[in-house]
Write a protein that binds this ligand. Structure first.
Ligand code: SF4
Ligand code: SF4
Length: 287
């Protein structure tokens, strides 16, 4: 029995955009960045048991129990998926997130295993719960039915190198987000500098675990010819020929702080793709 727990926002049984092949994706709750462009803002926070969502929920699907520590009980059978609880949460948490033990996660994966190429843990930021991720990947590698599945992580890259070292023996691949190479642009988008992220990209490439670098393209932030030129040059030094995924910024699902952000047009995305291609990144895709 493995009692290690992770705070899980949700599980998607099949995805074709979260790593190679058909993947089950576990989204963990909680992130250490607060990107204005975040499409899943309610994976950012961790509940402080303020109780506002319980007052708003029309079906009483959420209850908070006081204790040390307090805990939330969420009754899926009562939920209307109306998202009113998300709208009132002051910390961008999700009362439908729940603690899950490794054994339960493994059982869920086993039910879908015949149709899967692998597992991806995403977020939030998955490395904030690195022990859960590592234990889950160990359990998958040790399970006769699951050991053929590949184990991937989707990360913002801010974990220090010692955390990556602890995960390497059971990690098959990582997708790392780089919001901008320019530090000023990165700070205005995420609230943080990008030094650790660049270290992570370089380290995972050296270790043969970097599957993909993901670049979200936002006009007026990170899409100028100069920035793209510098990004291609820099990445060709630290992770040459890595697969690059260019993601056009879309307004769907983001918070009102992002109303001023523009969506890139197809022509701009194609131009950036060609620049990466010519810079030696032959496996560059736009999603
Ligand atoms: S989404 Fe579900 S839990 Fe949230 S307010 Fe609506 S019914 Fe209640
Ligand atoms: S999920 Fe948000 S609104 Fe609900 S109790 Fe937790 S912090 Fe408060």
């Amino acid at each position: 029995m493995n009692k290690t727990q992770g705070l899980v926002n949700r599980i998607i049984p099949f995805s074709s955009v979260d790593g190679p092949g058909n993947r089950l994706v576990i989204f963990l709750q909680g992130c250490n960045m607060n990107c204005i462009n975040c499409h899943n803002p309610h994976t950012i926070g961790v509940c402080n048991f303020c109780g506002l969502c319980t007052l708003k929920c029309p079906t009483k699907a959420i209850e908070i129990y006081s204790g040390e520590p307090p805990w939330i009980n969420f009754d899926q059978s009562l939920c209307l998926n109306c998202d009113l609880c998300l709208q009132v949460c002051p910390v961008y948490s999700n009362p439908r997130s729940r603690w899950m033990e490794i054994d339960e996660a493994v059982k869920i994966i086993q039910q879908k295993a015949d149709f899967l190429s692998g597992i991806t843990v995403s977020g939030g930021e998955a490395t904030l719960q690195i022990e859960f991720v590592r234990e889950l990947f160990v359990a998958i590698k040790d399970d006769a039915q699951l050991s053929r599945l590949t184990t991937f992580i989707d990360t913002n890259g801010t974990a220090p190198i010692y955390k990556w070292e602890s995960l390497l023996p059971v990690l098959d691949g990582a997708m790392v987000d780089l919001k901008a190479l320019d530090v000023g642009a990165h700070q205005s988008l995420t609230g943080r500098v990008n030094e650790l992220i660049l270290e992570t990209i370089s380290f995972l490439h050296q270790e043969g675990k970097l599957y993909e670098v993901r670049l979200l393209i936002i006009p007026d932030y990170n899409s100028s010819e100069e920035q793209i030129e510098q990004t291609v040059e820099y990445l060709s030094q630290i992770c040459p020929q890595t697969r690059i995924r260019l993601i056009p910024y879309r307004q769907h699902g983001v918070r009102s702080e992002a109303d001023h952000l523009q969506q890139p047009d197809e022509e701009l995305m194609e131009r950036i793709k060609v620049r990466f291609f010519n810079g030696g990144f032959g496996d560059t895709v736009i999603t």
